[in-house]
Every structure is written in structure tokens, then in C-alpha cells.
Ligand binder design. Sequence first.
Ligand code: NAI
Ligand code: HPV
Length: 470
Amino acid sequence: MSNAREIPVRNGNRKMSVSNSFDPSLSFSTSPGAVRSPTASHANPAAAAAKQLKPFHTGDIKVLLLENVNKIGQTMLKEQGYQVEALKSSLPEEQLIEKIKDVHVIGIRSKTKLSEKVLKHAKNLFVIGCFCIGTNQVDLKYAAGAGIAVFNSPFSNSRSVAELVIAEIVVLARQLGDRSNEMHAGVWNKVSAGCWEIRGKTLGIVGYGHIGNQLSVLAEMMGMKVIYYDVINLMSMGTAQQVTSLDALLQGADFVTLHVPELPETKNMIGAAQFELMKEGSYLINASRGSVVDIPALINASRSGKIAGAALDVYPNEPAGNGDYFQNDLNRWAEDLRSLKNVILTPHIGGSTEEAQTAIGIEVADALTRYVNEGTTQGAVNVPEVALRSLTADEPNHVRVIFIHHNVPGVLKRVNDILGDHNVDKQMTDSRGDIAYLMADISNVNVNEIKDLYQSLEELSSRIRTRVLY
Ligand SMILES: NC(=O)C1=CN([C@@H]2O[C@H](COP(=O)(O)OP(=O)(O)OC[C@H]3O[C@@H](n4cnc5c(N)ncnc54)[C@H](O)[C@@H]3O)[C@@H](O)[C@H]2O)C=CC1
Ligand SMILES: O=C(O)C(=O)COP(=O)(O)O
């Protein structure tokens, strides 16, 4: 990231104020600097002289980071010259609505709910960074329809989650949580009844994606047999075997571990009927999302001895910040859960390692910077992925046009009629459902023409958002 530290922040004149630009609080600058893009080395290794595209003053970009986003990520955004406000916790809805009104970029983790209601107030917002894997906390469809791109970090914390689960398998099999609690209370309780080696036991992985895969490899290294269930047909790691139904997995596994996203189909995926199918004395681990397990059913299965233990990292309601919040007023069964034997409860720390948070901070800050400065959407989860090679310093009169629009017939023709007086050097367009994303680099553009170009595009009925970078 040494590149980022070399970037001078431009202080060009604010000559051309465009009231309905992509953000009315930003002004066009008319003196683009030929500086090296902080992301050029990632985007295009050969682009040492890539021109940084900014039709605005970086200092005008307001970034709000919630939930203790990693310091390196914060620093990278500050080094762009953006105004960065970083808070340690998430915000209650009312406060979030107030705060989000005037920011252009927001960075969150898994707690902050960016619902349609919240996003409707985000008049200036044009990009969201989820500094985590899950994006279920964001209304992705609404965001796309409002021209707000969403980025995440798809696998930077996968290994951390897999390692936690491996640890939990051993801890549950040996009842280590209970023994440790007893010793902390001064009680020596040396027992072997109900304590097992994990060698030769069967691990059932539900959701064989990035985390499921890592876990599969680690579990086999520990001498476990691995079976997995996924809605899609996937290549097995090592000697793992895919089973054709969740029921078959539940009936065959000594340890069941859940790694599915939060979706309507995964809500209460494990409830009373599924506990019934599980082996007597088996174990359940959930480090996916709290909605996936019916907790009262788990409490019953634990009390009846049907399951010998469980580890939970995620809950239907999680507090916005740290404190003694894990009580019945957060989740009505919290105190029942706390009273269970051989049940490990952790505060959503699956991805909370120095390695994962650093990697996520860099990856998402980089994606946000590229989107803000260059308009490229590689890695976006709700809009089409579009990228053009960077403009270079020897292309001074070039302009990059970004037009996010409804995916209806005839738009390309209309856009190209508007761009037609210039040479379109390169253009790329792609669609994702109802949303299309067009990027075009055009040459021989006089700076005085930019405002008209922008406004002509804004007047097209298919328009969702227009950006003109130069
Ligand atoms: N506890 C924590 O701190 C963390 C939790 N997570 C959670 O773990 C989840 C999984 O993460 P990844 O492995 O990276 O996701 P992934 O997207 O790589 O894999 C998810 C897998 O689940 C499968 N799947 C979807 N619906 C299913 C269903 N109904 N039945 C069976 N399989 C289904 C998918 O086909 C996919 O293979 C994330 O969505 C996130 O919610 C992720 C990181 C950290
Ligand atoms: O990456 C994810 O999806 C997680 O659940 C981790 O969330 P966090 O960044 O710890 O709020």
C-alpha cells in the first residue's frame, strides 16, 4: 500500500458546480492532475502513468465507517484525501438515518442494517463497502436501483472461520468449555465419560462454499471423515463426499456445521424436525447467521440430551457494540441458552482475527477507492462488473463517462448519440437483471463541454446515475 502514501491530494479550482451531479454536494474540478492512481498497480500492472480520474476534490468525499473497520482500511481512505469518520460500533436506525444523509461512501460490517428505509435517506450515497463476507444486511436490490454499488470481501476471513470451527469441534468433543468454567470456579472435575477424540468421526458441512471448503481440508487433516450438503453440485476436496439431502447429512454426521448465507430458504433450516434426525449425542455448530437455527428447538434438543453440545457464534439479534447485552431483552431465550451444559457461545468472532481484518480492510478500501476515483465495479455484488484500463497521463483530453441505467432497449443508441461528437476510444457495458452499467472513455473533450455532456445523459429517461470522470 506504499503507493497510496505517495498520492498528492489535488486542490483544483471549483469552477463548474453541477447542481444535479451524482452528488450535489460535490463540485466538478477543471484541473485534473496527472497523478498516479493508488490502485493502478492492482488494476493494470503496466499502467505506471495511469491518470487519476476525479471530477471533484477528494476532500469533498465524505466517508462514514462503522463497526470498528480495520485501521489500515481507514488510513487508505484518509490518504485519498477523503473526509473519514470512523465509529467503533453500529448505529441505531434513527441515528443511522441522520448520519447517512450526507455521506457519499459508507463502510459497515455485519451489524449495520442498510434497509430500503435507511437508504432512502442517503441522498448523496453512491457506494457501500461491506468490510466482511455477508451482504444480507444490505438491501442490494434497492441499492442497485438507486445506483449505489455494493462491495464486500468474499473470502478474506474464510480461513479464520474454518479454524474457529475446527477448534470448536475439539472443544465440544472434550467438554472443554465446561471444564474450564468449573476450574475458574475452583472446581476440579476430572471426567472421561462423554469425551471423545475427533479422529474417525464424521463432520457434516452444510454449505460447501469458501468456508466449507477450507474446513473440509482441515477436518480431513485431523483424521475426520467429511460429508457435505449444498444446493449446487460441487467438486469435493480430498475424499469428502457430497450427500444429496440435508436429511442424509443430519443422519450421517457426528458434528453438523452450518456455512450457508442468510436467505429465505435458510431461515430456521435447523429446527425441531432436523434435531430429531440428528444422531443421538451429536453436536451442532453455527457460525453462519443467527436466522439459520431455531434456538428454542436447540435448547430443547440440548436439555433432552439429543445433542451432546453446540457452538454458536451468531444470533438473530446481536448488539451494536460491546457490553453486557446478551440478556433476554436482546433475545428472549438468551438466559436459557446461557444455562446449557457444553454449549459454547461466542460474540460473532468467526472472522475476527488480525489477519482477516487487515486483509478485508485493504481489499474493501481498495475497491471503494477504485469505484470512487475510476468507476470500475470489479467485485461488486449488486451491479454489473465493468472495468476499462486506466486512462494515462498522455491522454489529457479524455473523459470517462459512467452511465448506470435501467436495462431497457435503445439506451446504447441514445447514449452513443450524445457521445457521438467525440471519439469513443473504448466502451464496455454489461447488465445484471434490471440494471445496466456503461463505461466509455471518449477523447478530444474540451473541459467546457463536460457539463452539457453530463446533463444530456441525465435527461435520458433510462438514467439511474451519471458520473463523468476526467
Ligand atoms: N461468523 C462469522 O464471523 C462469519 C460468518 N460468515 C457467514 O458464513 C456464510 C458462508 O460464507 P462462505 O462460505 O464464504 O459463503 P459461500 O457463498 O462461499 O458459500 C455458501 C455456500 O452455501 C450454499 N448454499 C446456499 N443456500 C443453501 C441451502 N439452502 N442449502 C445448502 N447450501 C446452500 C451455496 O451454494 C454455497 O456453496 C456467509 O454468508 C456469512 O453469512 C462469513 C464469514 C464470517
Ligand atoms: O464476514 C461476515 O459475513 C461475518 O459474519 C463477519 O462479520 P463481522 O465483520 O465480524 O461483523
